[in-house]
Design a binder for this molecule. Structure first.
Ligand code: NAD
Length: 342
């Protein structure tokens, strides 16, 4: 029977281990899977757009396991009392096609996005980086901050959001965990002296959250919020000066910051850096940009990590998801064997 991690068990699992430890663990699985990138089936995610949001399916598989994530992105949701991003996901056995594992992925997506960002920064940011500017203090923000502490030891975050309540929420959540938080008055103020700049805002528009004039040599940019057609965060001129690292180019050219550039705009595939096939940062002056959109292999890795971590523990349940008659040709037998009449 497939295993299940529902919301309650996901919360208990995270509480038990702590966010930073789990981000580090998921990161190690993502690194492992990025190294064997070429053994995966890959397609850009399947997106269903409306004027106010998107619903996406993100499938991938290796020769043993198949995974998909269902995820939405509705930037105006918080004003209506809903979250911008929610998700769930499934692992299945390639051999017989049966689902083996199902999990809530709203929290798991926040962990895996932070893990991927932190992994990229480990290879692309300057080693002596100490300060991160964080633009956008929504659902992902605390996870990003903790991911960067786990991977790079970042202990100082300069936060800015157009919503002062979101900034206050970030400070309230993060300061007690020992990270120094500076509440910036503007984007300009936030990026002052920052070694790393993370943009993680939600708005279905081609925004200029970061102006070209604010970019200093040597900075690493972690662009998380531009992840959908017509939804970007950076002054496009920044991309001309930066070395741009992406997950899966056919998807990022549709969804990432590079959607504002020609189809042959030069990018480096992040997996090649992780696998030692391409250089990461080459000098202290280089401007590096991780144009993150989120790719299916990261969800495959996160589901794998969760499945392995909860195996045999109290955080895992079973779900009767597959109708499985004794005689595989007699599905009909189950229709006459209903225990509780409807
Ligand atoms: P959220 O709605 O919880 O938070 C977004 C925050 O951005 C809000 O607090 C909002 O006030 C702020 N904001 C909007 N416009 C701004 C501006 N001009 N300047 C400063 N702040 C601004 O959303 P979230 O769940 O934190 O997600 C943030 C973004 O990250 C979304 O666009 C989402 O689609 C994206 N995302 C990307 C990945 C990935 O893998 N790349 C994964 C998850 C989410």
């Amino acid at each position: 029977m497939p295993q299940l991690v529902d919301v309650q068990n996901m919360c208990r699992w995270i509480n038990h281990h702590g966010v930073e430890k789990l981000i580090a663990g998921i990161q190690s699985y993502i690194e492992e899977d990025f190294v064997r990138w070429e053994s995966f089936d890959k397609i850009p995610r399947v997106a269903s757009h409306t004027p106010i949001g998107v619903i996406e399916l993100m499938p991938t598989s290796d020769s043993n396991e198949y995974a998909f994530k269902y995820v939405n992105g509705h930037p105006s949701n918080p004003t209506r009392g809903y979250q911008t991003v929610t998700a769930f996901g499934v692992l299945a056995d390639v051999d017989n096609g049966y689902p083996t594992f199902e999990a809530e992925m709203t929290l798991l997506t926040a962990l895996r996005t932070a893990a991927t960002s932190a992994m990229a920064a480990k290879y692309l940011a300057r080693k002596e980086s100490e300060v991160m500017a964080m633009i956008g203090a929504g659902s992902q923000s605390e996870f990003q901050a903790l991911g960067f502490r786990a991977a790079l030891g970042i202990e100082r975050v300069r936060i800015f959001d157009i919503d002062p309540d979101a900034m206050e929420k970030f400070r309230r959540n993060i300061e007690p965990l020992g990270i120094e938080v500076y509440m910036a008055a503007s984007v300009e103020d936030a990026v002052e002296g920052a070694d790393i700049i993370t943009t993680c805002t939600a708005d279905k528009a081609q925004n200029t959250i970061l102006d070209y004039s604010l970019i200093r040599p040597g900075v690493h940019l972690n662009g998380v919020g531009g992840d959908c057609p017509g939804k970007t965060e950076l002054d496009a001129r920044i991309l001309d000066d930066a070395t741009v690292f992406v997950e899966f180019p056919p998807q990022t050219r549709i969804e990432g910051e590079i959607q504002n550039k020609d189809d042959d705009f030069e990018v480096v595939e992040l997996w090649k850096v992780i696998a030692g096939k391409h250089e990461g940062r080459t000098s202290d002056e280089e401007i590096t940009l991780f144009d993150s959109v989120g790719f299916a292999i990261e969800d495959f890795s996160a589901l794998r990590y969760l499945r392995d971590s909860v195996a045999g523990t109290e955080f895992q349940e079973f779900i009767d998801l597959v109708a499985d008659p004794e005689d595989p040709k007699d599905l009909f037998s189950l229709t006459t064997n209903v225990l509780t009449p409807l």
